[in-house]
Design a protein around this ligand. Sequence first.
Ligand code: ZN
Length: 79
Amino acid sequence: MEIGNTKNGSRASIDGSEGDNLIKVRAVISCPNNDYKKKFRNQFSRKEIEMMIVSFKVFDWLTCNKCGELLKLDLEFNI
Ligand SMILES: [Zn+2]
């Protein structure tokens, strides 16, 4: 019984804070003409989410090197 309690206690402290506060993001940047595609993966803490949004705004005006079309940005959040 006592061993069980100790195990549960240490587990909780390991699983705690960090994992819960991270937001995983997958960004896919692609050209509508299908000649360019790039994937990024990143993770942010909840505190950094505003910074994250600002950094993704940069992609709004990116254009394809090959055909000049505006690139499409898809974000997938894993919260
Ligand atoms: Zn293109």
